[in-house]
Write a protein that binds this ligand. Structure first.
Ligand SMILES: [Zn+2]
Ligand SMILES: [Zn+2]
Length: 421
């Protein structure tokens, strides 16, 4: 609820008799031009304000009913969230007077008695939420729409809680303070603490059942379903916040708080991210590593195939664990065209037990591939048997003072020396 009234038609740059189609086109143009993600850092705050205004203007003007309300009553017909208030178009000043002037007691808990109104929070609390986003969506950017249920000021009583002419009764339990002092005994000490009055729910006053507003039943707010839209910019990362201003639950007499989404990055099955760089493992067969290939080795987060040609010069081979750095194929950097780098780690797929070469083939391979190093000299030599499927988890396990056995003992909860003191 800002003081100066803006002309919604002006915001979109259209005339008062613009058609729906013209409104939609003007909205697209204005939204694109003022999108916070499309401007430099310094202009971002101003752009966000403009973007919100454009959005609000469109929400109202594109809906025929709302547009009619706006044309006949101006912004007073809306309660700040783009939703129509009473059909008759209440006077904004009346609502404000009612909100700030008409209520005794205090809304919240634990204030100081005597100065209740001064302690009333001026904004309803923000709603903080985690929002899990797939790496693909952080790469491409994404608009998400979802239905949200929130408390809005009751449109019938404008947050009064009672019928139009009804007067709220002062709460006798708390004497209209909304709070009570309670005595607590702690050992031999007696302390007092201030708690919200349960008779009037901390309001200091209430309406008798017959005077309660029919719509909200005296609660002053009603639940409303609303479709919210958030835009996740390209390159956003874990911990980034997306703020929907004023979309938190409405509380009478307070500016609504924001819904704040905290981005949590979902783990990706293939790509790992560090800042704006990405890494992934690619499988290359032994034959490809030795003789070369030209093919798509991985599908990128935007669905493109990434093609590599190997070798770069004849005779080059790929080794297990070798890292191929591809500049500019990492994550996008927010609000810019720059991109991080992609690091591909080579996994050589050696032939498995299904490979069944003939003796001649093996002989040929031996001839063609590089020869082994010189034999290791030793005075005595034993030929030994071995298990080709040894497991390193067993390494040290037989010995109480060996590797994993020692760890188990530690787990049994014997306190470490430094902890006992
Ligand atoms: Zn009370
Ligand atoms: Zn009501």
């Amino acid at each position: 609820m800002s003081g100066a009234e803006v002309d919604l038609y002006e915001v979109l740059g259209i005339t008062n008799n613009a058609s729906k189609d013209e409104i939609r086109k003007a909205y697209r143009k204005a939204a694109l031009a003022s999108h916070p993600d499309k401007v430099a850092e310094a202009e971002r705050e101003a752009a966000e304000v403009r973007f919100k205004a454009v959005q609000e203007a469109y929400d109202i003007l594109y809906d025929e009913d709302k547009r009619h309300l706006y044309d006949t009553h101006g912004m007073g017909a809306f309660n700040g969230s783009g939703e129509p208030g009473m059909g008759a178009g209440p006077d904004l000043d009346d609502i404000l007077a009612q909100m700030f002037g008409g209520m005794g007691g205090m809304g919240g808990m634990g204030g100081m008695p005597g100065g209740p109104r001064a302690n009333k929070p001026r904004r309803s609390p923000n709603e903080e939420q985690k929002y899990e986003v797939k790496l693909d969506d952080l790469f491409k950017g994404k608009t998400v729409k979802f239905a949200s249920t929130k408390n809005v000021i009751c449109s019938l009583c404008q947050g009064k809680g009672g019928k139009e002419k009804a007067q709220a009764k002062k709460c006798a339990t708390c004497g209209g303070q909304g709070v009570k002092q309670v005595l607590n005994q702690m050992g031999q000490f007696i302390t007092t603490s201030t708690v919200a009055c349960s008779t009037c729910n901390g309001e200091g006053e209430f309406f008798s059942p017959k005077d309660k507003c029919k719509k909200c039943k005296g609660k002053k707010t009603t639940e409303e379903k609303k479709i919210l839209e958030i835009y996740i910019p390209r390159g956003a990362r874990e911990g980034d916040k997306i703020i929907l201003e004023g979309e938190a639950d409405q509380v009478p007499g307070q500016e609504p708080g924001d819904i704040v989404f905290h981005i949590v990055e979902d783990e990706h099955p293939i790509f790992r991210r560090a800042g704006s760089d990405l890494t992934a493992t690619i499988d290359i067969t032994l034959a490809e590593a030795l003789t070369g290939f030209s093919r798509v080795v991985i599908k990128h987060l935007d669905g493109r195939g990434i093609e590599l040609q190997h070798p770069k010069k004849p005779g080059d081979v790929l080794s297990p664990g070798q890292v191929l750095k591809i500049s500019g194929e990492g994550m996008p950097v927010k609000r810019g065209d720059a991109r991080g780098d992609l690091y591909l780690i080579v996994n050589i797929k050696f032939p498995d037990e299904n490979w069944n070469p003939s003796a001649e083939v093996l002989e040929k391979l031996k001839e063609m591939l590089p020869k082994p190093d010189a034999p290791i000299p030793a005075d005595a030599v034993d030929e030994v048997d071995y298990d080709p499927k040894g497991n390193l988890d067993e390494f040290g396990a037989k010995d109480a003072h060996g590797g994993s056995a020692w760890e188990d003992e530690d787990d049994e909860g014997e306190p470490a020396q430094c902890a006992t003191q």
